[in-house]
Write a protein that binds this ligand. Structure first.
Ligand code: SRM
Ligand code: SF4
Length: 562
């Protein structure tokens, strides 16, 4: 544990923030277009990041500040009215886009400081919220949101809600600032207890994901805690708990790495909240508070190993825990297209490229979704793969939904080329302050480039999972994809290969320093090998893993990558 003298600056800011108040209230009322450094740090816990447009920074050597606001949506489920309200707000505030995040949330970009309070207030009025969507706390709890009705299983959504509610910080700062804003500036400091977090909160963010047995659409191995329910005769037996996953690594920071989580134990349903709380406290007490780049729970797991970690969980729970149950996965792709839900209700999985819902001349996607939701009484769910489900669509209204989408030029998923259908990208430039390269803006071209190579090799129907990010932090989880394209230095990408199509295994570094236009050509000889040597039904990621990247590098790269 860190000594006081060595605590990172972020630790001191948290401790001095009066339970996440800081100077945010005062600064909201001043005329500046930006917040101070310490307010920026506190605002993250409220779901707000200060950013500046990197295109403007480059062109004019000037900074134009705005905020990114992240709405956390447990399990990605919201009502039609809530979606329509988020959509309405995008008309007045920000750049007019809604962006589905890789954790089932929604982000607004380009929110001016003067508009921040009204946006936050309105989001809360709709019954949604941004509190703890960012910051060193438990973040939005994710889960598979496909509305599948199966008598053999129990819906885990109530458990998603339970964890999301119980693990929220207890400070009243958020309510004071955004819900009851007039009071905020004048309030005397309020004594608040944070029983779980303490006044320094966690050393770093903490992420939790649920997945149904066999169905890893929610990519749970990338989470600090993964939770898999087990069913018998349609009843819930309990949960296998995994811990220690995380994607982020940092250029030049020795000892930082992506990691998939390890199975730790099995618990009864009544113990779920307790075991997760205990793991959060292990992170709180043993996470690195000196170096934020090495502060995630995964480093504790990597350092201790599973037996010591499990022993600590058991000691804190005061009981011996059962072994985790075996996990067998058979799918990880979103449920795109039409699926029967129950009786005469259906759901439609729609592909949203990079999660960006906006209106352009070619594709007025926001308008199309709004019209569908205004016309047809259905629900809305977001996925961790940045897609969207329209749920509870009456069979008799399916044709109407399709007609509205078609009128706006919105393609059904089957009409997307396979690579674009299964790809993901983080926002990167121009909004992300940490971006080194492009990501979202180059996704269509990169997908087309890879698709062209596959088409030429008559492998065009292969659904290879491609994910791009603008830096090694891994926000679109490139390290659990079959092909991860990671911005490493100016206009240069690292290529990661051999991840599992089920997102259960890490991809490995194939080579550094690939320019974007070289990606197709770099992959081409590997795809040729794949075609010649694959086993029946073998996916590209599995093929690369079986043959080994050393072999593939030796065959195809003049100089081996480190
Ligand atoms: Fe992320 C930081 C966007 C999911 C790992 N992430 C950021 C920031 C806030 C940049 C910053 O700190 O200034 C990005 C804002 C960009 C922008 O303009 O919007 C950002 N992260 C995103 C989103 C929007 C990407 C997306 O394509 O949707 C995702 C929001 C999810 C949400 O609703 O909560 C997002 N970020 C992730 C994930 C994926 C996941 O959680 O499943 C990861 C990898 C998993 C993990 O946490 O290990 C991820 N983001 C990071 C990291 C590296 C953390 C680390 O352990 O080193 C950073 C950097 C940091 O925290 O310092 C980061
Ligand atoms: Fe920004 Fe890097 Fe995350 Fe992409 S991966 S959003 S560039 S922090």
């Amino acid at each position: 544990m860190a000594t006081e003298a060595k605590l990172s600056g972020a630790e001191l800011t948290k401790a001095g923030s009066n339970y996440l108040r800081g100077t945010v209230g005062e600064e909201l009322g001043n005329d500046l277009t930006y917040f101070s450094k310490s307010a920026i740090a506190v605002l993250k816990f409220h779901g707000v990041y200060q950013q500046d447009d990197r295109d403007i920074r480059k062109e004019r050597r000037d900074r134009e500040y705005s905020c990114m606001v992240r709405v956390g949506i447990p399990g990605g489920i919201l009502t039609r009215q809530q979606y329509l309200e988020l959509d309405r707000l995008a008309d007045h505030i920000g750049d007019g886009s809604l962006r589905i995040t890789t954790r089932q949330g929604i982000q607004y970009h380009y929110v001016g400081k003067k508009d921040l309070w009204s946006l936050m207030h309105a989001i809360n009025e709709s019954g949604l919220g941004t509190f703890a969507a960012c910051g060193d706390v438990v973040r939005n709890v994710v889960s598979c949101s496909a509305p599948i009705v199966d008598p053999q299983r129990v819906d885990v959504y109530p458990y998603v809600r339970l964890l999301a509610r119980e693990l929220k910080p207890k400070t009243q700062a958020y309510v004071e600032l955004w819900v009851d804003g007039e009071k905020a500036a004048s309030l005397e400091p309020v004594e608040t207890e944070e029983p779980l977090y303490g006044d320094r909160y966690l050393p770093r963010k903490f992420k939790i994901g649920f997945a149904y047995p066999g169905d890893n659409t929610s990519d749970i191995y990338a989470n600090d805690v993964g939770i898999v329910p087990h069913f018998e005769g349609g009843g819930l037996l309990g949960f296998t708990i995994l811990a220690g996953g995380g994607m982020g690594q940092s250029n030049g920071v020795k000892g930082s790495f992506p990691r998939v989580s390890d199975p730790i134990c099995f618990v009864q349903p009544d113990d779920l909240l307790e075991v997760v709380k205990v793991i959060v406290t292990i992170h709180r007490d043993f996470g690195n508070r000196e170096n934020r780049k090495l502060a995630r729970l995964k480093y504790v797991l990597a350092d201790w190993g599973v037996p010591r970690f499990r022993a600590e969980v058991e000691a804190r729970m005061g009981k011996t825990l059962s072994d985790p149950k075996p996990l067998h996965w058979h799918r990880a792709d979103d449920y795109l297209g039409w699926h029967k839900q129950v009786d005469d209700l259906w759901f439609l999985g729609l592909r949203v490229v990079a999660g960006r819902i906006k209106d352009t001349a070619e594709l007025p996607l926001r308008a199309a979704l709004r019209e569908v939701l205004q016309a047809v009484p259905c629900g809305v769910r977001f996925t961790v793969q940045q897609n969207l489900y329209l749920s509870e669509v009456p069979a008799a209204r399916k044709a109407e939904v399709e007609a509205i989408l078609a009128r706006h030029g919105v393609r059904l998923p089957a009409e997307f080329p396979p690579i674009l259908r299964h790809s993901m990208a983080c926002p990167a430039l121009p909004t992300c302050g940490l971006a080194i390269t492009e990501s979202e803006r180059i996704l269509p071209d990169v997908s087309a480039m890879i698709q062209a190579e596959l088409d030429e090799l008559e492998l065009g129907e292969e659904a290879v999972h491609v994910r791009t990010t603008g830096c090694p932090n891994g926000c679109a989880r490139p390290y659990t994809a079959e092909v991860g394209i990671v911005g490493q230095s100016v206009e240069m990408y690292s290529l990661y290969l051999a991840g599992s199509p089920l997102s259960t295994r890490l991809a490995q570094l194939y080579t550094h320093n690939v320019k974007i236009h070289q990606i197709g050509a770099t992959l081409r000889p590997l795809l040729e090998d794949f075609r010649a040597e694959r086993q029946p039904g073998e996916a590209f990621g599995d093929y690369c893993y079986r043959v080994g990247l050393d072999t593939l590098r030796h065959r195809h790269l003049a100089v081996a990558a480190d």
